[in-house]
Design a protein around this ligand. Sequence first.
Ligand code: ZN
Length: 599
Amino acid sequence: MSEVLRSREEIPQKDRWSLEDIFATDEAWEKRYKETEKLIGLSEKYRGKIGQSADLFVECLEWADHLGLNMEDLFTYARMRRDEDNRISRYQSMTDRASMLSVQAGSALSFIVPEILAIPDDQFQELRKNSKTDIYRHYLENILRQKAHVLSFAEEKLLAEASELATAPSTIFSMANDADLKFGSIQGEDGREIELTKGNFIKYMESKERRVRQEAFATLYAGYGKQINSWAAMLNASVKADVFFARTRKYKSAMEGALDDDKVPVSVYDSLIQTVHDYLPQFQRYIRLRKEVLGVEELHMYDIYVPLVPEMNAHIPYEEAKDTVRKGLKPLGEEYLKILDEGYQSGWIDIYENAGKTSGAYSWGTYSSHPFVLLNHQNTFDSLFTLAHEMGHALHSYFSNKNQIHLYAGYKIFVAEVASTLNESLVMRHLIHTAKDPQMKAYLLNHYLEQFRGTVFRQTLFAEFEREIHAAVERNESLTSEYLSKIYRELSLTYFGPGVVLDEQINMEWARIPHFYNAFYVYKYATGFSAATAFVHQILEEGQPAVERYLEFLSSGGSDYPIELLRKAGVDMEKPEPVQQALTVFTELLDELENLLRK
Ligand SMILES: [Zn+2]
C-alpha cells in the first residue's frame, strides 16, 4: 500500500520472463496468425474421410496437431503479454483475437472424434494394425473406451442442447453468491465497522481476537441462512442434472460417469474416504491440541482457522527464496537441479509485481518453448512456497514436453498438482529440519498440518458429502435444505469428533461451496496431495531408484491414464497405501508439534 508500484520498464530485464522465446516480435505473431487462419481452412480436406485410409488418418491428425501447436503459441503469447500489464490495449486485442481464432479452430477440429467413433469395427481394426498409427494407440483407445457411452446422432444433438440448460444451477449460484449476497458488517479488531465479504471472511476467522472470529462466523452464516431454501433448490437442480446425464450416458452412477473422464475407478474414491476415516482419531488429536493451545473452555467452529503459532515476521528476498527452494529440492537429484537452475537463469520467471500486472502466480507455456512462471514475489514464506510450487509445475511441463510428442505432452488435473505439492513438501521438510528457533519450527509444522487439514481432511469430507447427495438423488430422494444440513452435520460430527462444539451454523456450510457445482472434482486435491506425500516418502527412504521413477513420471505427460502413470512410478492409488503414507506423515508432524508446544 505504502510504496508506489514500479512500472514494467523499471523492472530490470533479468527479473522478467522472456516471451521473445515464443515470438521474437509481435509481427512474427501476426504472421503466424495468418498462417493459422489458412490452416483452419484445410478442414474440408479431411472432413468425412478420416477412416478411409491410414494415410489420410495420420495426415489429418498431423494437421490437427499443427493447428493445436499454433493456437497454443498464439494464445499463450498474447495472454502472457497482457498479463505483464493488463492496461495495454494492443495485447488485450491480441488476446481477444487469439480466443476467437481458437473457437474457430475448435469447431474446425470438432468432426474428428465423432468420425473416429463412427468408423465400423472391421475398418477400425485395419487402421489400428497399420504401423503408421502406432503412436496414436493410446489416443484411439481413449476415444474408443467411451463408445459405450456415446448415443445416436439425434440423441447427442439433444444432449448438447440440454447441457446448455443444465449450466443454469451453477450460473444462478454464482450470481446469487458472487453478485447479490451481502452479509452486512462486523466490528474489526480495532472496533471499526467493516463490511464482511467472502473475500475477507477467512482473514477474520484467523483473527487472534475471538469476538471477531465469532462475529464473522455468525454474520456470514446469517447471510446464507436467509436464503437457505434457495441454495438447496440450486444444489438439488445441479445434482439432478449430474444424475440425468450419467443415466442417459448409461453410467451406473453419476460418480462413475464423472470419474470415467480420467478413467479413475470408483474404488479409488471410496478407498480415499475409507482410509481418511481410519485416521480421523489423529485429526481429532490435532483438534484437541488446538483447544489446548488456544486455552479455550470450548472449541467452536470459529476457532478452527486461527494459527496456533503466531505468524513469523520472516523477510525472504527472492534470491534467498530461490536458494532455499534449491536446497529443499536436493533429494530430487542432479538432473532435476540442473533444469531448475536453467529455469532460474533463462528467462522463465517473471518475478516482481509491477503496475498493471496480473496478480497471483501460475506456470504456463507452450510445447515449442520452455515453461514460464508468473510470480508476484513479496519476501514472505508464502512467496517462497509459491516459487517451489510453480517450479514444480514448470519442471513437470519441461520433462513432459521434452519426452513426449505434442499429443501426449499435456497432463491431466488428476496428476498436475502432484509435482507442485511434492516440491512444497520437500521445501517444507528442509525448512523444518534446519529451523534452529523452536518458535519458527512450530510455525512451519503448524503451516504444514494446516495443509493436510485443508487439502486432505476437508476435501475428503466434501467428497463424501457429494457421494451421499448424489446417491440420494439416485434413490429418487429430494435434496431439501433440512436433508442437506442433516447430512452435512453428521459428516462434520464424524470428522471433528467430540472435541469441538459443532455450532448450528456449520450445518449450512454446504450452501457456500462453489465446487459442489462441479461434482466429484475436489477429491483430486486429496488424492494429488497424498500421491505427492507418498512420493516424498519413497524418495527420502529409497533415494535414487525412487527419484528415477519420479522423473519417469514427470516425463510421461498424458501418455497414459493418470492412475497408470502413478502406478508405474510406484504410487498405486487403487491401494490404501499412498493415503496411509500421507496420513502417517501427518501423525508424525503432529507428534513433533505436540512436543514443541507442550514443553
Ligand atoms: Zn498448482
